[in-house]
Design a binder for this molecule. Structure first.
Ligand code: NAD
Length: 379
């Protein structure tokens, strides 16, 4: 098949969907790879590297002629979307990140073009799909980056230091939500020498937190049914969240840094840190809210902005993986090319609804939204 790799249009996006290292694998499988000129430049992959690995560098118009288009973010604003949208044909295959559960409206113009759309966020979190899992790859990088942001913002250092000028105590870092991003945040903060503690509503996480050398904060919450069969957290209801806030107030007040990653797929992130809890923190403390794009775990978070209240700095970074474009692209590219090679069988895209990898990621075809989660009324 002819595969097209687009230059990303999303504002501030520096990643690229396919890096040169993954081109030979596609070519070997019998495909032709067309890369839009400059697609990898912001991630440190110049056109010459793609050509050297067997791709053709070309114009947007020629990339759009491809049978399959691979992209990072398809939820692009209309002003940059339309030059691509205009070139989409019925049956053309579009693969990438669409944020379909939160941005169904952005998906519809592409659906109406008759494209066959795969959203990689909906990949089942099963062992055989691990090498295609963009959410895990990007969350790992976001967790790492969140700690670095906190370390640079905090007016203290992270590690303990015993010097002739006195002893500096280690920074106290509290991670709320120990999924993929949270566990990487814990590991990174530990490497920097902080005293790290963490909490998650899924009881299974306790052991993972402890294995990284962090303390698991025990909160007496009814969390026996906090996990769904896919391994994700379930929405627990406002009463449980109120109790959680109450129980977390003290540990938040004692922390120099709080990193929040708590989210429930397809829902607004739960508010776990209120204005009052922020007011209880020491001036100079830092909150990095990785749930900013989902509405934020802190009441004061503003997505994409830095807020200072009561002397506490609250960072609401969005699209953090784009700030580490080289490695983020490397991981994303491995994920998306593995997915593509999986769904493309004998030169054709398999639309086998018996296969859960295909069934769960296929969101639209033939002008219709076909995914069960997207056909339900928005909740
Ligand atoms: P996520 O981004 O949806 O959520 C982040 C974390 O927030 C989760 O650990 C969740 O339990 C937690 N959370 C939700 N509400 C909370 C609250 N009120 N207080 C504290 N924490 C709260 O999740 P994720 O990191 O993408 O993945 C979650 C889990 O999915 C993983 O830890 C793992 O068990 C599973 N997973 C499996 C695979 C696989 O098998 N291939 C791959 C990736 C993830």
């Amino acid at each position: 098949m002819i595969i097209g790799v687009l230059r990303e249009r999303f504002p501030g996006e520096k990643r690229v969907a396919v890096v040169p290292a993954n081109v030979p694998g596609l070519v070997k499988a019998g495909h032709t790879v067309r890369v839009e000129s400059g697609a990898g430049e912001r991630a440190g992959f110049p056109d010459s590297e793609y050509s050297a690995r067997g791709a053709t560098i070309t114009s947007l118009a020629e990339v759009l002629e491809a049978e399959v288009l691979l992209g990072v973010r398809w939820d692009i604003p209309p002003e940059v979307r339309d030059e691509i949208l205009a070139g989409i044909r019925p049956g053309q295959i579009l693969i990438g990140a669409w944020d379909p559960l939160s941005k169904k409206g952005d998906l519809l113009p592409w659906v109406e073009k008759g494209a066959t759309i795969f959203a990689l966020e909906l990949l089942p979190r099963i062992t055989r799909a691990q090498s295609m899992d963009i959410l895990s790859s990007m969350a790992t990088l976001a967790g790492y980056r969140a700690v670095l942001l906190a370390a640079l913002t905090l007016p203290k250092i992270f590690p303990m230091l015993m010097t002739a000028a006195g002893t500096l105590t280690p920074a106290k870092v509290f991670v709320v939500g120990a999924g993929v991003a949270g566990l990487q945040a814990i590991a990174t903060a530990k490497r920097l020498g902080a005293a790290v503690s963490a909490y998650d509503v899924r009881p299974a996480v306790k052991e993972q937190v402890q294995s990284l050398g962090a303390k698991f904060v025990e909160l007496e919450l009814p969390t026996q049914a906090a996990e769904d069969q896919r391994g994700y957290a379930k929405e627990l209801g406002e009463e449980v969240y109120r109790r959680q806030r109450e129980l977390m107030t003290q540990v938040v007040a004692q922390s120099d840094v709080v990193i929040t990653t708590a989210s429930v797929p397809g829902r607004r992130a739960p508010v776990l840190i209120t204005r009052e809890m922020v007011a209880g923190m020491q001036p100079g403390s830092v909150i990095v809210d990785l749930a900013a794009e989902r509405g934020g775990n802190c009441e004061l978070t503003r997505p994409g902005e830095t807020v200072v209240e009561h002397g506490v700095t609250i960072l609401g970074p969005v699209n953090l993986p784009a700030e580490i474009p080289h490695h983020a692209s490397q991981m994303y590219s491995k994920n998306i090319t593995t997915f593509f090679l999986y769904v493309c069988k004998n030169g054709q895209i398999a639309l086998d609804s018996e296969d859960e990898i295909i069934r769960d990621t296929l969101v639209a075809r033939g002008g219709q939204v076909v995914h069960a989660m997207l056909r339900e009324p928005a909740g």
